[in-house]
Design a protein around this ligand. Structure first.
Ligand code: 13P
Length: 253
């Protein structure tokens, strides 16, 4: 089966309103009315509405980088799935290593968020990845398996059509040191087989697995050429239209 490539930009806590809007406009222009890949921009929550306005009528979607699992209530500083959707978000990231490591988000909480995202009608990009110490200890597969099983193990099969997984080795994020195509490819193959066991073979075959971690204009083509790498989740290089364009072009395969 050929899976439609899926390239997403995770802007993290960067840009201001004017530059977010300008960047979204440039992406919209580059992608055009139709492209042979899917594209989403995960904007800071406060700019989602402005970016959604720019992207209206375009195949490029806007997403949020974080949501809370509860629908409403006394959760100062948080936003619900319904709120994100209300301002135009089509998708949400859950399980990013920065949320796990810097904000203490544990697997059980991430599972609740993933469920809330899907129950709320959004698409989900669920991130997994090992630290350098875990890789060096030979624990990469065990770590991503635990993250995936605890995060998405309870999802009904029908929800998986709105799920993408991002494999983001922590040691590759923001370091300029990307996983090699072979290293990423191995983990993608492992994750797809795991989803085959957790859900079923057809779901595993249809699932898009993005690679994230120092994806750049220079390395995108060789990473995306690996059969099990179905796209990219791009941090730093998604903040500049020149590099993002090159990565999108690498997804035209
Ligand atoms: P970089 O592309 O900056 O390494 O970030 C990757 C990432 O964390 C995307 O979610």
């Amino acid at each position: 089966m050929t899976r439609r490539p899926y390239v997403a930009g995770n802007w993290k806590m960067n840009l201001d309103r004017a530059s977010a809007v300008a960047l979204a406009r440039a992406v919209r222009e580059h992608v055009g009315a139709q492209a042979p890949y899917d594209c989403a921009l995960f904007a800071p929550a406060v700019y989602v509405a402005a970016v959604a306005e720019v992207l209206a009528g375009s195949p490029v979607k806007v997403g949020v980088q974080n949501v809370h699992d509860m629908a409403s209530g006394a959760y100062t500083g948080e936003i619900s799935v319904a709120m994100a959707k209300d301002v135009g978000a089509a998708s949400a990231l859950v399980g990013h290593s920065e949320r796990r490591a810097l904000f203490g988000e544990a697997d059980a909480f991430l599972a609740k968020k993933a469920k809330a995202v899907l129950d709320g009608g959004l698409e989900l990009v669920f991130c997994v990845g090992e630290t350098l110490a875990e890789r060096e200890a030979g624990r990469t597969e065990a770590v991503v398996e635990t993250q995936l099983r605890l995060g998405l193990g309870a999802l009904p099969r029908t929800d998986w059509t709105r799920v993408a997984i991002a494999y983001e080795p922590v040691w590759a994020i923001g370091t300029g040191r990307n996983a090699t195509p072979a290293q990423a490819g191995e983990v993608h193959t492992f994750l797809r087989a795991l989803v085959g066991k957790m859900v079923d073979a057809a779901t595993a075959e249809a699932l898009r697995i993005q690679y994230g971690g120092s994806v750049s204009a220079a390395n995108a083509a060789e990473l995306l050429a690996v059969p099990g790498i179905d796209g990219a989740l791009v941090g730093g290089a998604s903040l500049k239209i020149e590099s993002l364009r090159a990565i999108l072009d690498a997804a035209r395969r």
